[in-house]
Design a protein around this ligand. Structure first.
Ligand code: SF4
Length: 449
């Protein structure tokens, strides 16, 4: 997965509650206000925030973007590179470390403990053990790495070896996230994944021996070629592996993917299951996981034990943490200002060559927007406590959002009372499609990215 949205085309941010077929356009809500409102003119606000003292009550984390993959999946719209050689990767990682060194000197960062560290991509496990160790030692030299409660590392099975996994564990990764997506070789090949099922089975014993605090397995409901039979097999095999956490995304067809280009060029038919089918598969997986003892942790994730199986990165971001977003096209946040890095390889490297932070656009977020942002992101947990918003924003959310809450209640998607707002199972399975209901009207009919 990746944080890059640069390659996306305009798409509506309006309610998509009535979506049936999987049409072109992304519905996944990762931030608010919509990215299309962030601007270059506000980069000065981002720099001001970075150069000022932070809110001492707020936490800060570090996101490192590793934008390399062995092969581009046909459904992928992220900014990834499949053609970089070892010396280009080394140069990128050197500039990434340099970016973190620049951040470490800023007033908003200096002396603050890190709450979490997240290696995302692309495919962080694409880089060699030697490169990883070098990068981490440079980060450790300037930031308090040891304070992090969680270090997550995204992996693609076919890029792992026993010795690379040992290096990943050795540098301090606590949460390993394995992009399995599917166990059928036919489906993996059809969707352009780089790995096959045998590579998944090969890495599991190595992972088990290394005893990471948490192993997460990612699946996608609705890949091209999926059937009820193959999906049931995916769920069974996942449960057999006994990961601590299972995350399920519903397949989309964003713009600028291999599949959407094929569609626009009239180059063969692509059948992505409709939303109802994807939700039924998602629901089936949740039911089976529940029978195996897993609990719901969010609309996407089930965990073996909710108390011991935290996801610090997700929960921090959804509760308004500050975050240094490092790497090409990464997103960050500091003291109520959203910011994003340049999305071009050359621009990123050149900015750092000249000692500049590679920021490209930003958005200072108002108190009202922070409230909406946290409310919609936390709604993805399936349940929110009204008291949290009363304390943090001095707002009764059931009054503030009474109209959309009531609308969604009448549709059987949500319930609420004085203390809490809860999604029904139907609401949980389509949460991203209902969140635009809460957007300010000025953001509703505009593109999201
Ligand atoms: S592994 Fe596939 S989906 Fe993930 S970032 Fe790489 S190309 Fe995209």
């Amino acid at each position: 997965m990746s944080t890059s949205s640069e390659t996306l085309q305009p798409e509506p941010a309006t309610s998509r509650l009535d979506l049936k077929e999987t049409e072109v356009g992304s519905v996944f809500v990762s931030n608010y206000p919509p990215y299309s409102f962030w601007s270059e003119d506000d980069v000065s606000n981002a720099l001001n925030a970075l150069n000022s003292q932070p809110n001492p009550e707020n936490t800060v984390g570090l996101y490192l973007h590793i934008p390399f993959c062995r092969k581009r999946c046909k459904f992928c719209y992220f900014r990834v590179y499949t053609d970089k050689n070892a010396s280009q990767i080394e140069r990128y990682l050197d500039r990434l470390a340099k970016e973190i060194e620049l951040y470490s000197e800023l007033s908003s960062v200096k002396g603050r403990p890190l709450k979490f560290i997240y290696f995302g991509g692309g495919t962080p496990s694409y880089i060699s053990a030697k490169h990883l160790k070098k990068l981490v030692s440079r980060v450790k030299a300037v930031l308090p790495w040891e304070s992090a409660e969680e270090v997550t590392f995204e992996c693609e099975p076919g890029t792992l070896s026993q010795s690379k996994l040992e290096a990943i564990r050795e540098v301090g990764v606590s949460r390993l996230s394995l992009g399995v997506e599917n166990f059928s070789d036919f489906i993996l090949k059809e969707n352009g994944r780089a790995h096959l099922s045998k590579e998944i089975f090969e890495v599991m014993p190595w992972i088990e021996v290394l005893d990471f605090d948490q192993l997460n397995i990612d699946l996608i409901s609705g890949m091209v070629g999926e059937t009820w039979e193959s999906w049931k097999d995916n769920v069974k095999r996942t449960i057999d592996m006994q990961p601590d956490s299972v995350t399920i995304y519903q397949m989309e067809l964003p713009y600028n993917t291999v599949y959407t280009k094929q569609l626009f060029e009239g180059n063969g038919e692509i059948h992505v299951p409709n939303w109802q089918t994807k939700r039924e598969w998602h629901d089936y997986a949740f039911e089976e996981l529940a029978s195996a003892g897993y609990e719901i942790s969010s609309a996407y994730t089930m965990v073996k034990d909710k108390r011991s199986c935290q996801f610090v990165y997700r929960d921090s971001v959804w509760h308004g943490t500050d975050m240094l977003g490092t790497g090409v096209a990464s997103f960050g946040h500091m003291s109520n200002v959203h910011m994003q890095n340049v999305a071009s390889w050359n621009d990123y490297l050149e900015a750092l060559d000249s000692g500049q932070l590679p920021l490209s656009r930003a958005f200072p977020i108002s108190k009202e927007e922070r409230l909406v942002r946290e409310m919609i992101l936390q709604l993805k947990l399936g349940r929110i406590e009204t008291d949290y918003f009363k304390k943090k924003f001095d707002v009764e959310i059931t009054e503030e959002f009474s109209v959309p809450y009531e609308k969604l209640r009448q549709e059987g998607l949500l319930t609420f009372d004085r203390d809490k707002v809860e999604l029904t199972r139907a609401g949980l399975l389509r949460v991203d499609q209902l969140l635009p209901e809460f957007y300010h009207t000025k953001y509703r009919d505009s593109r999201y990215t």
